[in-house]
Design a protein around this ligand. Sequence first.
Ligand code: GLN
Length: 574
Amino acid sequence: MPQKNTKKTDKEKTATTRTTSTKDTHTHKYIFVVGGVMSGVGKGVTTASIGTILQSKGFRVSLIKADPYLNVDAGTMNPTEHGEVFVLDSGLETDQDMGNYERFLNKSLLPENYMTNGMVFKYVIDKERALGYKGKCVEPVYHITEEILRRIKASIEKTDSEITIFEIGGTVGEYQNAIFLEAARMLRLKHPKDVMFVVVSYLPVPGTLGEMKTKPTQNAVRQLNSYGINADMIIARSHIPLDHKRKEKIALSTGVPVDNVISAPDIESIYDVPINFENDGLSERVLEHFGIQARQKDLVQWRAMVARRKNTKKELKIAVIGKYFDTGDFVLSDAYLSVIEAVKFSSWASGAKTKLTWINSKEYETSPKKISELKNFDGVIVPGGFGESGIEGVIMAIKFARENKIPYFGLCYGMQLAVIEYCRNVLGWKDANTAEINPKAEHLVIDIMPEQKKLLEAGKYGASMRLGAYTAFLKKGTIAEKAYGTESVGGKISERHRHRYEVSPEYIAEIEHGGMVFSATSPDGRLMEIAELPKSVHPFFLGSQFHPELKARPLSPHPLFTAFVQACLKNKAK
Ligand code: GLN
């Protein structure tokens, strides 16, 4: 009797595989954004802009930034070298690109939206040390790539998204980001129709030639090919728009369809980018790639915001006084990126354009007379900071703003230093100080938080500050309460923090007795979250222990920044 063959023939096997793949219900779409030619040409803004467009077409979009460095988070990096540390609600300290993501998507992101090589490697190594790989040889490929893909999957679940846009930090060809590219390649292998690769490239126009050169872009795309990845779209960043001839040249040499070569010339404002992309048909091409259709009319609110920016009639001059200004214009704008953007949003919403002037506070220490230049400004901001350098100059500036009734807005350190200035010059405690500068001062009006003291004594610096979103309650009848208006229900607010020091509980009562109002506190009443002077004394003198700039968005400006800008406008009109 012939034996019944239970084994499947090769043909049957293929059929089964086919059936499985047609049954594949995986519908999530992935867009990987990688840089070609050089960094710093707007890969983050490109990623965020594609997100804005797709979100406005009715899709649930999630953005992920993958940074190639080994720091486990961005918290330990110097802002003058790496730019601002952007803190999420969760307290995760991330790269400044995450700020752009939140501002462009108009929503708060989760820890799952961010990863660094350090974070991924640490997880795998910790797991290996805990015998989590059960005796296997643990290797970058497959275990690191597997961990990157696990994180992407976790982010999809946590964010309930349909489209993930994943920005790979650095530039193609670097050793550091190769592992992310390898993970992306593997994902495409698994879901060929659901993955798209976008290369953000740069096309120089050398002054001597006056002609736009495409060769570096061609080479970058070829380099990506060497990883086993074909580009599907090229965002061609350049000083000027790309002509059709250049698009054809790039298309021919890279195999990317000519319509998928998107022109991205320099623009006045990054908030124009989504609109420019749309003018060049970007989203149509993306949706076509995935075979999906838009669900609603796009960018309505966004266009209205951009129109507001273009229609500003009034002009404001605001001085920003701090210390990270030694290294030139390029760096300082990155170190305070969210502050700059927050001022813009509130200004546009108030019909104004604001020019920020950066003042290094050390200048006031060496030439005190210079301080009178502050009279020429409509308002003064002191942003967050750490350490001793330039601090006496900052305090001089705060005193000047207070005495001359120039609107003052202090952010974190700017609030602590305003309290010190008030204690020294109004309450007469000449040595008032913060423990960060002089822990031996008799009037330690700003002191280290007790739990922070323990952490520092144990040498635990990374991710150990009071970080992320905490609830606070506003005091009735204050400037802060009025500013939040309907944005606070029952006086409750939630704002993001990054600090180790606080207004010392020992001095709160005396300072309040001396005229300063603590207009928001933590729910237990222990931490002073906003300090202000009453309107009868000063038109706007307010500082927050938190960083309101981290929650300011173009489509929803922050109420405290708006109140400040409006006070500046009133001051100017005087
Ligand atoms: N250095 C201050 C603190 O740690 C302020 C921090 C900040 O401005 N982010 O409390």
